[in-house]
Every structure is written in C-alpha cells, then in structure tokens.
Design a protein around this ligand. Structure first.
Ligand code: ADP
Ligand code: MG
Length: 321
C-alpha cells in the first residue's frame, strides 16, 4: 500500500471514534484494555460486510463506514444494550486516501453519535471487506433476547421496513422510481438508523426482541421460534412509508416490508397487560413503531390478509383457509 499501515491507523483511525474514560488502553498496543462497569454484563457482537455481497461495488465510502458500524449497533439495540467499544478489521485493495477519509468520516460520525470508542483493529490488503466487532454493556440479567415471548403477546416493528430493499434495488439499477423519491429510499439503504434508544427503553416492556436484517417475516419467525410460539402478522397493519408506496404501489410495498432485507429495525413482543403503560411512556408516534400482529400458539410465521392465513415459505405464499 502507498501509505504504510501505521500511517493509515494514525491518520484515519486513532481519533475516529468517541473518547471514553473507560478505555484504559486504546489503539496502539497489542490489545485494548477496557473497564466493564460493576453490575453489568459485557455484550459482544460482530458482523462482516463483503463488497459485492453486502453492498454494491463502488458504494459511497461514507455509507460503507456507516453501515459497517450500524449493523453491529443494531444487534446491540436488539439486546437492549448500550454500545461502548468497537474494533475494526479493514481489508482493502489499496490505500486510497480520499476513500479512507470518507470511510472514516462515515464510521466515526456514527461512532461519536452513539459514544462508541474505536479501540483497535487490523488493516490488511485484499478484496474490500470490513469486519466490526462491537462491545457494549447491559445491567446483569436485563438483556433482551429473542426467546422470551409468549402466545398472546403483541408484536411490533419500528420504522418502515421495505425502504432499504427498495434503496438497494435503486443502487443496483433494478428499480425505477420518480426522481423525488430516490433520495429518501437510497438513504434508507445507505445510512440505516440503528434503534439504540428504543432498544434500551424496551427492556422495561418487551419479552423478546430481534433486529430485522433479513426481512421482517423471516426475522419475526426467528423470534417466534426462539420463544416456542408462532408469529402472526396482519398484512394491512404493516407500516410502509409514503415514499415506498408511491414508488412501488401499496401491494409491492408491503411485500418488500415483509421480505426485503437491510432494514435494521427492531421487532419486539410486549404482553397485552403492558400495552397501556407502553403507549403512555413510549408513545408509538414519538418512538416510531407500529403493532403488526401477535405471537400465537404454534410454530412458524404467518400472514393474515382479508381473513385468510397465508403461510410463508421460500417458494412463495401458500394459501389455506
Ligand atoms: P499488531 O500487529 O500487534 O496486531 P498492528 O500494527 O496491526 O498491531 O496494529 C497496531 C495498533 O493499531 C493496534 O492497537 C491495533 O488494534 C490498531 N489498529 C490496526 N488497524 C486498525 C484499524 N483499522 N482501526 C483501528 N485500529 C486499528
Ligand atoms: Mg495487526
């Protein structure tokens, strides 16, 4: 690489994230030393983004940096955890200074917004691939999991799923939409918003939570399976954005909301007995979430439409009365 590894680290990554007092030793030694507060568990996650697989070749570098951290932040949001420290393993074909400047700005901007310190990593040459490890904390025994839901719990999702899938389709020139809708939809793919504040508040309310990265129906099904129940979603209750509806029509918008990926929203279950307090303390209109259905006895994920239950499978929707 034109720039030496040490020069890259110094120039782009040493001051990239937030400064935190609980970092006893950050970038520069063989490993970082971090102080986990008493009474807390360490929460750990990692996700890899491979160019051409998880984002199109030639994506804006700021978006790649943002997404590499956002997908990990979303995992901690789903646990009800608070992020603190990140490690960044960056493999790239060459040390392109403008690319690195934008990448670090995208990563660092989101890191500072959520008070995440970049405490280490690795820098290597090869096909573009970014792995972030994110560490955070949660009060011992209080983390949200996928597996705590019960039949009868109400099921919710944050935001408007489906937008990011349309944004990716736009990036890949697989979709044509009126120019005034492009910016919003592209941004929902390029710059996802991890729902950390909501995740932390949901510790008081939710029995189960998952972040939606692979499609709402499939991920709601994973939550349901871990909880030993089934997820039942109402087609007409699916929250779709005005932009997505205008772009692809109401029908396709809901299909994208169900099966599109890259949303990084939270899907969570709340017992009916807690719904009044949920509405009072976390108003849906303020916090941006919608009820989409319920957990019910059984297994799998199903969609209710016009009184008909449609069971989802990989071959498509299969109707039965
Ligand atoms: P070592 O060979 O001992 O792993 P490196 O020369 O790879 O050390 O890294 C030096 C320091 O810089 C280490 O603290 C490492 O964690 C950090 N580092 C390397 N690459 C990155 C990166 N992309 N982002 C943040 N920190 C990094
Ligand atoms: Mg190294």
């Amino acid at each position: 690489m034109a720039l030496a590894e040490t020069a890259i680290i110094e120039r782009f990554f040493r001051a990239c994230g937030a400064q935190r007092a609980d970092v006893a030793l950050g970038i520069g030694d063989d490993a970082a030393l971090l102080s986990v507060p008493a009474g807390c568990e360490l929460v750990a996650t990692t996700d890899t983004l491979v160019a051409g697989v998880h984002f199109p070749h030639g994506s804006p570098p700021g978006s790649i940096g943002h997404r590499a951290l956002a997908v990990n932040l979303s995992d901690l949001a789903a646990m009800g955890a608070r992020p603190a420290w990140a490690l960044l393993a960056l493999t790239m074909p060459q040390a392109d200074e403008p690319w690195l400047t934008e990448f670090a700005a995208g990563f660092g901007g989101l890191a500072r917004e959520h008070r995440v310190a970049l405490v280490g990593g690795d820098t290597t040459q090869g096909p573009l691939c970014i792995t972030v490890q994110l560490l955070g904390t949660v009060a011992t025994g209080c983390a949200l999991r996928r597996g705590g839901g019960h039949a009868g719990d109400a099921l919710f999702v944050s935001g408007t799923p489906g937008d990011a899938a349309a944004g990716l389709a736009l990036e890949q020139a697989r979709l044509e939409v009126p120019p005034e809708l492009r910016g919003y939809l592209r941004e929902r793919f390029l710059l996802p918003t991890p729902r950390l504040a909501l995740g932390e508040r949901l510790r008081e309310f939710a029995t189960a939570c998952i972040d939606v990265s692979d499609g709402l129906l499939g991920d709601a099904g994973k939550l349901a399976r871990a909880s030993g129940v089934a997820a039942q979603l109402e087609f007409t209750a699916l929250p779709v954005s005005a932009a997505l509806q205008a772009a692809v029509g109401a029908e396709r918008a809901r299909m994208l909301a169900l099966t599109g990926g890259d949303d990084y929203e939270l899907c969570f279950a709340v017992p009916v007995a807690r719904l009044t307090r949920l509405a009072a303390e976390l108003p849906a209109a303020v916090w941006g979430y919608s009820r989409i259905g319920s957990l019910v006895a059984g297994a799998g994920a199903a969609l209710v439409r016009d009184g008909t239950v449609m069971e989802f499978s990989h071959s498509g929707y299969q109707h039965f009365a």
